[in-house]
Ligand binder design. Sequence first.
Ligand SMILES: [Zn+2]
Length: 94
Amino acid sequence: MSLAIPDTDFHVPDGETPVQCPHCGRPFRTERLRALHVGDAHDGWTDDEREAYESAMEAEREDLFVYHLKVVASLVAVYAFFFFTYLAVSMAQA
Ligand SMILES: [Zn+2]
């Protein structure tokens, strides 16, 4: 599968050296993003590309897990804040 997307549709910030997809030439900010793109958008991977894709997917799963932990911790903190605020206000009125 080939994706014909003009380079003008992508922007890599100044000062960064983009890495390009070997199949369609699309620029990416990191090797990890390129590996995910190659795995999702192209067929006929090499062994190195498959290994890079699996490594990038594992890193994405770990990042997503950490993100979920942060969301749960934030929700617990908000819940605790409101619970103790309610407790303090109700104790002050008693
Ligand atoms: Zn590509």
